[in-house]
Ligand binder design. Structure first.
Ligand code: UDP
Ligand code: GLC
Length: 385
């Protein structure tokens, strides 16, 4: 593969799904590329460990805390945006292109094109709807994309559809799905799995895993509701509130303190051993109440060879073939979720079959090679112009 000189830009340095995916791309291009972050954090450490060069241009707290769902208050930061755009243009000298991995990074990098930077590609990983983005923010981002982006990569067809519905140009789009190294899952040993289960002291009880940052739309509350009436089931909640949603965690803690759930909900915090933890589960669930743009955890659950039950919307519909490579349930419906979990617990063969079929599908459709090929293909179109 030819190594293009890419300046990756992201305003986040926590380990969200978009950043873990950036880590894969930047690692593959480490020899010629660089990552620019607007704050320091775990992502910087992981990138450097992987041999990727990182530069941090610190943004003010006001700018980092600007909510994408906020409104015109963003005007207050225009001088800072312009200043940062200048710094990005400076950093981008000698690179073939800028790859913006978040909406804020894209907006600033788009302004950098006015200050003489190379072509810009936006990797859009969010479903742009009123639920997550204010009208002003949607308009600004879509306008800048139509005007300045050489290409908009989207993490699913669902993300692409929402972009077009918000006024984005269809011909800018290319779907680039996330890709995964299945070896991280295949090398987990039975000893690793037993260790996790024995630390939980759950014996042979069915274990359901939910791996996600805590945020209302990720729907952890639905799982707590779903297992209330499944007294034999234990749950691991893996993740933390990455983007200041601690109030939701408090709400969940109070839900979990109900007598029906006592001792059955295990809070594991943010973890780096996702493959082992998934393999220790019997079922993996994905519970987002809003359409998930892609849903890395769904593919990871399949790679762990587990039956995955996912909320039927967004990227999940492109990953799971219902009843074959996993199960789908109507978004937000805790009873439907409970029924799927119950069925899988009572029919272990079915759970095994879905897990196996999911694994085959994930390896075929969402490999690291697929990711790098489709990424490369999309970039060639920009670089050949
Ligand atoms: N994840 C992790 N540690 C945790 C919880 C989650 O590394 O404690 C990872 C998970 O394995 C997945 C990513 O975080 O790769 C979440 O990505 P996803 O696309 O599912 O959701 P996002 O948070 O990006 O919306
Ligand atoms: C975003 C989306 C998530 C997706 C990830 C990687 O974080 O919320 O659904 O899987 O990006 O593209």
């Amino acid at each position: 593969m030819k190594q293009h000189k890419i300046l990756f830009v992201d305003h986040i340095a926590a380990l969200g799904g978009a950043e873990l995916s950036l880590l894969d791309l930047a690692t593959a291009h480490a020899q010629t590329s660089k990552v620019l972050l607007f704050q320091d954090g775990l992502l910087r450490e992981r990138l450097e460990l992987a041999g990727v060069q990182v530069t941090i241009i610190p943004a003010s707290k006001t700018m980092l805390n600007l909510r994408t769902s906020g409104g015109l208050n963003s005007l207050a930061t225009i001088p800072e945006l312009w200043n940062m755009a200048g710094m990005i243009a400076q950093e981008a000298k000698g690179y073939d292109l800028i790859l913006a991995n978040s909406q804020k990074a894209f907006i600033i990098a788009a302004l950098a094109t006015l200050r003489g930077s190379p072509p810009i590609v936006w990797y859009l990983r969010d479903i742009i709807t009123a639920k997550h983005f204010s009208r002003v923010n949607r308009r600004i981002a879509v306008f800048l994309a139509n005007q300045f982006a050489s290409k908009v990569l989207v993490n699913s067809q669902a993300t692409g559809k929402a972009f077009v519905a918000a006024g984005g140009k269809q011909d800018l789009l290319d779907v680039v799905y996330n890709g995964f190294d299945s070896r991280r899952f295949d090398t987990v040993t039975i000893q690793d799995i037993n260790k996790v289960r024995s630390q939980l002291s759950i014996g042979n009880a069915p274990l359901v895993g939910l791996f996600s940052r805590f945020s209302y739309w990720k729907g952890q509350h639905l799982l707590l509701k779903a297992v209330e009436e499944l007294p034999q089931v234990h749950v691991i909640l893996v993740g933390k509130a990455l983007f200041g949603e601690e109030d939701y965690v408090s709400e969940l803690k109070s839900l979990a303190s109900k007598p029906e759930l006592q001792g059955r909900i295990h809070w594991l915090g943010f973890r780096n051993d996702i493959p082992t933890l998934m393999k220790a589960c019997d079922i993996i669930v994905h519970t987002s109440t809003e359409p998930e743009p892609f849903g890395r955890v769904i593919v990871e659950g399949q790679l762990a060879q587990k039956a995955v039950v996912a909320s039927a919307a967004g990227g999940a519909l492109e990953i799971i073939n219902d009843g074959i490579t996993g199960y789908l349930f109507a978004s937000g419906d805790a009873i439907a979720l409970r029924q799927r979990i119950q069925k899988l617990i009572s029919d272990r063969n079915l759970a095994h079959t879905l897990g196996q079929q999911g694994y085959v599908s994930a390896r075929k459709n969402f490999s690291l090679e697929n990711l790098l090929d489709s990424f490369e293909q999309a970039l060639l179109e920009v670089l050949e112009v």
